[in-house]
Design a protein around this ligand. Sequence first.
Ligand code: ATP
Ligand code: FE2
Length: 332
Amino acid sequence: MICLGIEGTAHTLGIGIVSEDGTVLANVREVFVPETGGIHPREAAEFHAKKISNLLARALKQSGQDLKNVGLIAFSQGPGLPPCLRGTAVLARSLALDLRLPLIGVNHCLAHVEIGRLVSGAKDPITLYVSGGNTLVAGHAEGRYRIFGETLDIPIGNMLDVFARKVGFGHPGGPKIEKLAAKSSTYLHLPYVVKGMDLSYSGLLTAAVNKFNGENLESLCFSLQEVAFSMLAEVTERALAHTEKKSILLTGGVAANHRLQEMLESIANDHGVSFHVVSRKLAGDNGAMIAWTGLRLFQHGITTPIEHSHVDSKWRLDDVEIPWRINEGESE
Ligand code: ATP
Ligand code: FE2
Protein backbone atom coordinates (compact mmCIF):
# COMPACT_ATOMS: atom_id res chain seq x y z
CA MET A 1 0.00 0.00 0.00
CA ILE A 2 1.29 3.45 -0.86
CA CYS A 3 -0.27 6.71 0.21
CA LEU A 4 -0.27 10.05 -1.54
CA GLY A 5 -0.31 12.97 0.90
CA ILE A 6 -1.16 16.56 0.06
CA GLU A 7 -0.01 19.41 2.30
CA GLY A 8 -1.36 22.91 1.78
CA THR A 9 -2.09 24.59 5.11
CA ALA A 10 -0.18 27.80 4.37
CA HIS A 11 2.62 28.88 2.02
CA THR A 12 3.77 25.40 1.01
CA LEU A 13 2.02 23.06 -1.38
CA GLY A 14 3.62 19.67 -0.89
CA ILE A 15 3.01 16.21 -2.27
CA GLY A 16 4.54 13.14 -0.71
CA ILE A 17 4.29 9.48 -1.58
CA VAL A 18 5.10 7.06 1.22
CA SER A 19 4.92 3.29 1.50
CA GLU A 20 3.56 1.33 4.43
CA ASP A 21 7.00 0.63 5.88
CA GLY A 22 7.71 4.37 6.10
CA THR A 23 9.84 4.73 2.97
CA VAL A 24 9.49 8.20 1.46
CA LEU A 25 9.22 7.50 -2.29
CA ALA A 26 8.61 11.12 -3.26
CA ASN A 27 8.53 14.48 -1.50
CA VAL A 28 8.15 17.57 -3.67
CA ARG A 29 6.95 21.08 -2.94
CA GLU A 30 6.27 24.56 -4.25
CA VAL A 31 6.51 27.46 -1.82
CA PHE A 32 4.50 30.63 -2.23
CA VAL A 33 6.66 33.66 -1.55
CA PRO A 34 4.77 36.96 -1.38
CA GLU A 35 6.39 39.86 -3.24
CA THR A 36 5.87 42.15 -0.28
CA GLY A 37 4.52 41.75 3.24
CA GLY A 38 3.17 38.58 4.80
CA ILE A 39 1.25 35.73 3.25
CA HIS A 40 -2.14 36.64 1.88
CA PRO A 41 -4.18 33.45 2.39
CA ARG A 42 -6.21 33.74 -0.81
CA GLU A 43 -3.15 34.43 -2.95
CA ALA A 44 -1.43 31.39 -1.44
CA ALA A 45 -4.49 29.26 -2.21
CA GLU A 46 -4.51 30.48 -5.83
CA PHE A 47 -0.80 29.67 -6.08
CA HIS A 48 -1.49 26.11 -4.84
CA ALA A 49 -4.28 25.62 -7.38
CA LYS A 50 -1.98 26.71 -10.22
CA LYS A 51 0.87 24.42 -9.18
CA ILE A 52 -0.95 21.24 -8.24
CA SER A 53 -1.12 19.30 -11.49
CA ASN A 54 2.52 19.88 -12.31
CA LEU A 55 3.55 19.00 -8.77
CA LEU A 56 1.52 15.79 -8.86
CA ALA A 57 3.31 14.75 -12.05
CA ARG A 58 6.68 15.53 -10.43
CA ALA A 59 5.82 13.48 -7.34
CA LEU A 60 4.79 10.47 -9.41
CA LYS A 61 7.91 10.74 -11.52
CA GLN A 62 10.16 10.95 -8.47
CA SER A 63 8.47 7.95 -6.86
CA GLY A 64 8.62 5.84 -10.03
CA GLN A 65 4.97 4.94 -9.36
CA ASP A 66 1.84 5.20 -11.42
CA LEU A 67 -1.25 6.89 -9.98
CA LYS A 68 -3.04 3.54 -10.18
CA ASN A 69 -0.64 2.08 -7.59
CA VAL A 70 -1.71 4.64 -5.00
CA GLY A 71 -4.04 3.09 -2.42
CA LEU A 72 -4.89 6.04 -0.24
CA ILE A 73 -5.23 9.84 -0.42
CA ALA A 74 -4.33 11.85 2.68
CA PHE A 75 -4.59 15.62 3.06
CA SER A 76 -3.91 18.22 5.73
CA GLN A 77 -7.36 19.02 7.14
CA GLY A 78 -6.20 21.64 9.68
CA PRO A 79 -5.04 23.73 11.39
CA GLY A 80 -4.06 26.40 8.86
CA LEU A 81 -5.24 29.25 6.69
CA PRO A 82 -8.86 28.58 5.67
CA PRO A 83 -8.59 29.35 1.91
CA CYS A 84 -5.48 27.17 1.62
CA LEU A 85 -7.06 24.33 3.59
CA ARG A 86 -10.22 24.46 1.50
CA GLY A 87 -8.26 24.35 -1.75
CA THR A 88 -6.22 21.36 -0.60
CA ALA A 89 -9.34 19.55 0.56
CA VAL A 90 -11.04 20.04 -2.82
CA LEU A 91 -8.02 18.56 -4.60
CA ALA A 92 -7.84 15.61 -2.21
CA ARG A 93 -11.57 14.87 -2.44
CA SER A 94 -11.57 14.97 -6.23
CA LEU A 95 -8.56 12.66 -6.43
CA ALA A 96 -10.11 10.22 -3.95
CA LEU A 97 -13.46 10.20 -5.75
CA ASP A 98 -11.91 9.97 -9.17
CA LEU A 99 -9.59 7.11 -8.23
CA ARG A 100 -12.17 5.52 -5.88
CA LEU A 101 -9.75 5.56 -2.98
CA PRO A 102 -10.22 6.06 0.74
CA LEU A 103 -9.65 9.63 1.92
CA ILE A 104 -7.92 10.53 5.19
CA GLY A 105 -7.91 13.98 6.78
CA VAL A 106 -4.70 14.48 8.77
CA ASN A 107 -3.97 16.94 11.56
CA HIS A 108 -0.98 18.98 10.35
CA CYS A 109 0.63 19.23 13.82
CA LEU A 110 0.31 15.49 14.36
CA ALA A 111 2.04 14.96 11.01
CA HIS A 112 5.02 17.12 12.07
CA VAL A 113 5.38 15.00 15.22
CA GLU A 114 4.91 11.63 13.50
CA ILE A 115 7.38 12.29 10.67
CA GLY A 116 9.87 13.40 13.32
CA ARG A 117 9.39 10.15 15.21
CA LEU A 118 9.65 8.12 12.02
CA VAL A 119 12.93 9.57 10.82
CA SER A 120 14.59 9.98 14.22
CA GLY A 121 13.57 6.67 15.74
CA ALA A 122 12.59 8.48 18.97
CA LYS A 123 9.77 6.34 20.35
CA ASP A 124 8.23 8.47 23.06
CA PRO A 125 9.81 11.91 23.05
CA ILE A 126 8.95 15.27 24.53
CA THR A 127 8.39 17.11 21.27
CA LEU A 128 9.08 20.77 20.68
CA TYR A 129 7.18 21.75 17.54
CA VAL A 130 8.11 25.20 16.32
CA SER A 131 7.05 26.78 13.05
CA GLY A 132 5.47 29.83 11.49
CA GLY A 133 2.05 28.88 12.79
CA ASN A 134 2.76 26.79 15.88
CA THR A 135 4.81 26.80 19.07
CA LEU A 136 4.15 23.91 21.40
CA VAL A 137 5.70 21.37 23.71
CA ALA A 138 3.89 18.05 23.69
CA GLY A 139 4.24 14.50 24.91
CA HIS A 140 2.17 11.36 24.63
CA ALA A 141 -0.10 10.11 27.40
CA GLU A 142 -2.86 7.55 26.97
CA GLY A 143 -3.53 7.77 23.25
CA ARG A 144 -3.18 11.51 22.77
CA TYR A 145 -0.45 14.09 22.57
CA ARG A 146 -0.88 16.35 25.58
CA ILE A 147 0.21 19.94 25.15
CA PHE A 148 2.35 20.94 28.12
CA GLY A 149 3.14 24.44 26.96
CA GLU A 150 2.33 26.70 24.03
CA THR A 151 2.41 30.28 22.89
CA LEU A 152 -0.20 32.59 24.37
CA ASP A 153 -0.05 34.95 21.39
CA ILE A 154 2.07 34.69 18.23
CA PRO A 155 4.06 31.62 17.16
CA ILE A 156 7.85 31.81 17.24
CA GLY A 157 8.38 31.48 13.47
CA ASN A 158 5.85 34.23 12.85
CA MET A 159 7.64 36.42 15.39
CA LEU A 160 10.94 35.87 13.56
CA ASP A 161 9.35 36.50 10.16
CA VAL A 162 7.62 39.71 11.25
CA PHE A 163 10.78 41.03 12.91
CA ALA A 164 12.73 40.27 9.74
CA ARG A 165 10.15 42.06 7.62
CA LYS A 166 10.18 45.13 9.86
CA VAL A 167 13.96 45.43 9.55
CA GLY A 168 13.87 44.98 5.82
CA PHE A 169 14.35 41.28 4.94
CA GLY A 170 12.05 39.20 2.80
CA HIS A 171 10.19 36.06 3.79
CA PRO A 172 11.09 33.72 5.48
CA GLY A 173 13.02 35.60 8.15
CA GLY A 174 14.27 32.74 10.33
CA PRO A 175 17.26 31.68 8.18
CA LYS A 176 18.43 35.29 7.69
CA ILE A 177 18.20 36.05 11.40
CA GLU A 178 20.22 32.90 12.10
CA LYS A 179 22.99 33.99 9.71
CA LEU A 180 23.28 37.48 11.18
CA ALA A 181 23.01 36.23 14.78
CA ALA A 182 26.08 34.06 14.23
CA LYS A 183 28.16 37.18 13.62
CA SER A 184 27.56 38.70 17.06
CA SER A 185 27.78 37.82 20.73
CA THR A 186 26.69 41.21 22.06
CA TYR A 187 23.61 40.83 24.18
CA LEU A 188 21.01 43.59 24.11
CA HIS A 189 18.37 43.30 26.80
CA LEU A 190 15.00 42.01 25.55
CA PRO A 191 11.94 40.82 27.53
CA TYR A 192 11.82 37.13 28.44
CA VAL A 193 8.21 36.06 29.01
CA VAL A 194 7.35 32.58 30.28
CA LYS A 195 4.10 32.27 32.21
CA GLY A 196 3.88 28.90 33.92
CA MET A 197 4.44 26.52 31.01
CA ASP A 198 3.29 28.97 28.33
CA LEU A 199 5.21 31.53 26.31
CA SER A 200 4.50 34.97 24.95
CA TYR A 201 6.32 36.46 21.98
CA SER A 202 4.45 39.63 21.08
CA GLY A 203 6.20 41.83 23.67
CA LEU A 204 9.57 40.46 22.59
CA LEU A 205 8.76 41.27 18.97
CA THR A 206 7.74 44.85 19.76
CA ALA A 207 10.79 45.41 21.95
CA ALA A 208 13.17 44.03 19.32
CA VAL A 209 11.65 46.14 16.55
CA ASN A 210 11.80 49.26 18.77
CA LYS A 211 15.46 48.63 19.58
CA PHE A 212 16.47 48.49 15.92
CA ASN A 213 18.55 51.57 15.03
CA GLY A 214 19.89 50.61 11.61
CA GLU A 215 23.31 49.60 12.95
CA ASN A 216 22.70 47.01 15.64
CA LEU A 217 21.09 44.33 13.49
CA GLU A 218 23.59 41.55 14.18
CA SER A 219 23.49 41.96 17.96
CA LEU A 220 19.71 42.33 17.82
CA CYS A 221 19.36 39.08 15.85
CA PHE A 222 21.73 37.37 18.31
CA SER A 223 19.77 38.62 21.33
CA LEU A 224 16.41 37.84 19.79
CA GLN A 225 17.45 34.23 19.19
CA GLU A 226 18.98 33.87 22.65
CA VAL A 227 15.85 35.09 24.43
CA ALA A 228 13.27 33.42 22.20
CA PHE A 229 15.03 30.04 22.20
CA SER A 230 15.87 30.09 25.93
CA MET A 231 12.16 30.47 26.61
CA LEU A 232 11.50 27.35 24.52
CA ALA A 233 14.33 25.50 26.21
CA GLU A 234 13.03 26.32 29.70
CA VAL A 235 9.54 24.99 28.99
CA THR A 236 10.86 21.91 27.19
CA GLU A 237 13.20 21.12 30.08
CA ARG A 238 10.40 21.39 32.61
CA ALA A 239 8.15 19.10 30.54
CA LEU A 240 11.00 16.61 30.30
CA ALA A 241 11.71 16.68 34.03
CA HIS A 242 8.03 16.30 34.86
CA THR A 243 7.27 13.40 32.50
CA GLU A 244 10.66 11.68 32.83
CA LYS A 245 10.61 10.82 29.14
CA LYS A 246 13.85 9.61 27.67
CA SER A 247 14.21 11.77 24.57
CA ILE A 248 13.62 15.20 23.07
CA LEU A 249 12.42 15.66 19.50
CA LEU A 250 12.66 19.00 17.71
CA THR A 251 10.38 19.43 14.70
CA GLY A 252 8.72 22.11 12.50
CA GLY A 253 10.33 24.74 10.26
CA VAL A 254 12.24 26.52 13.06
CA ALA A 255 13.88 23.16 13.94
CA ALA A 256 16.36 23.95 11.16
CA ASN A 257 17.98 26.55 13.44
CA HIS A 258 21.39 25.42 14.73
CA ARG A 259 21.39 27.60 17.83
CA LEU A 260 18.04 26.18 18.93
CA GLN A 261 19.33 22.65 18.25
CA GLU A 262 22.40 23.36 20.35
CA MET A 263 20.36 24.61 23.34
CA LEU A 264 18.06 21.59 23.32
CA GLU A 265 20.93 19.18 22.87
CA SER A 266 22.59 20.62 25.93
CA ILE A 267 19.41 20.10 27.98
CA ALA A 268 19.18 16.53 26.72
CA ASN A 269 22.81 15.96 27.78
CA ASP A 270 22.18 17.46 31.23
CA HIS A 271 19.30 15.02 31.75
CA GLY A 272 21.01 12.02 30.18
CA VAL A 273 18.34 11.65 27.47
CA SER A 274 18.71 11.47 23.69
CA PHE A 275 18.19 14.43 21.38
CA HIS A 276 16.66 14.16 17.91
CA VAL A 277 15.97 16.71 15.24
CA VAL A 278 13.90 16.11 12.15
CA SER A 279 15.94 16.19 8.92
CA ARG A 280 15.98 19.50 7.09
CA LYS A 281 13.88 18.40 4.16
CA LEU A 282 11.19 17.05 6.47
CA ALA A 283 11.35 19.96 8.96
CA GLY A 284 9.22 22.41 7.01
CA ASP A 285 5.76 21.69 5.68
CA ASN A 286 5.76 18.71 3.35
CA GLY A 287 3.48 16.11 1.80
CA ALA A 288 5.47 13.11 3.03
CA MET A 289 4.50 13.77 6.65
CA ILE A 290 0.84 13.90 5.64
CA ALA A 291 1.12 10.67 3.65
CA TRP A 292 2.89 8.85 6.49
CA THR A 293 0.40 9.98 9.15
CA GLY A 294 -2.48 9.13 6.78
CA LEU A 295 -1.10 5.60 6.48
CA ARG A 296 -0.88 5.22 10.25
CA LEU A 297 -4.47 6.38 10.69
CA PHE A 298 -5.64 4.03 7.94
CA GLN A 299 -3.77 1.11 9.51
CA HIS A 300 -5.84 1.78 12.63
CA GLY A 301 -9.15 1.77 10.82
CA ILE A 302 -9.58 5.54 10.52
CA THR A 303 -10.77 7.11 7.27
CA THR A 304 -12.55 10.38 6.53
CA PRO A 305 -15.82 10.01 4.61
CA ILE A 306 -16.31 12.87 2.12
CA GLU A 307 -19.19 14.25 4.19
CA HIS A 308 -16.83 14.62 7.17
CA SER A 309 -13.95 16.06 5.20
CA HIS A 310 -14.65 19.74 5.90
CA VAL A 311 -11.56 21.58 7.07
CA ASP A 312 -10.90 22.83 10.60
CA SER A 313 -8.58 25.84 10.68
CA LYS A 314 -8.20 25.64 14.47
CA TRP A 315 -7.90 21.86 14.89
CA ARG A 316 -5.75 21.24 17.98
CA LEU A 317 -3.17 18.50 18.31
CA ASP A 318 -4.58 17.39 21.65
CA ASP A 319 -8.00 16.81 20.08
CA VAL A 320 -6.69 13.97 17.90
CA GLU A 321 -6.84 10.34 18.97
CA ILE A 322 -3.71 8.44 18.07
CA PRO A 323 -4.53 4.76 18.54
CA TRP A 324 -1.11 3.48 17.48
CA ARG A 325 0.55 5.07 20.48
CA ILE A 326 -1.52 2.96 22.91
CA ASN A 327 -0.24 -0.31 21.49
CA GLU A 328 3.34 0.70 20.88
CA GLY A 329 6.07 -0.05 23.38
CA GLU A 330 6.61 3.20 25.23
CA SER A 331 10.10 2.67 26.54
CA GLU A 332 13.11 3.68 24.51
P1 ATP B 1 2.95 25.35 10.38
O1 ATP B 1 1.80 25.32 9.46
O2 ATP B 1 3.33 24.00 10.90
O3 ATP B 1 2.86 26.35 11.44
P2 ATP B 1 4.64 26.83 8.63
O4 ATP B 1 3.56 27.11 7.67
O5 ATP B 1 5.15 27.93 9.41
O6 ATP B 1 4.22 25.63 9.49
P3 ATP B 1 7.19 25.57 8.26
O7 ATP B 1 7.84 25.32 6.96
O8 ATP B 1 6.99 24.42 9.19
O9 ATP B 1 5.86 26.23 7.85
O10 ATP B 1 8.00 26.69 9.07
C1 ATP B 1 8.36 27.91 8.48
C2 ATP B 1 8.99 28.78 9.56
O11 ATP B 1 10.29 28.28 9.88
C3 ATP B 1 9.17 30.24 9.15
O12 ATP B 1 8.71 31.05 10.18
C4 ATP B 1 10.68 30.37 9.00
O13 ATP B 1 11.17 31.66 9.28
C5 ATP B 1 11.17 29.36 10.02
N1 ATP B 1 12.55 28.93 9.76
C6 ATP B 1 13.03 28.28 8.69
N2 ATP B 1 14.38 28.10 8.80
C7 ATP B 1 14.75 28.68 9.98
C8 ATP B 1 15.99 28.85 10.67
N3 ATP B 1 17.13 28.41 10.16
N4 ATP B 1 15.96 29.49 11.86
C9 ATP B 1 14.80 29.94 12.40
N5 ATP B 1 13.62 29.81 11.79
C10 ATP B 1 13.58 29.19 10.61
FE1 FE2 C 1 3.85 23.12 9.40
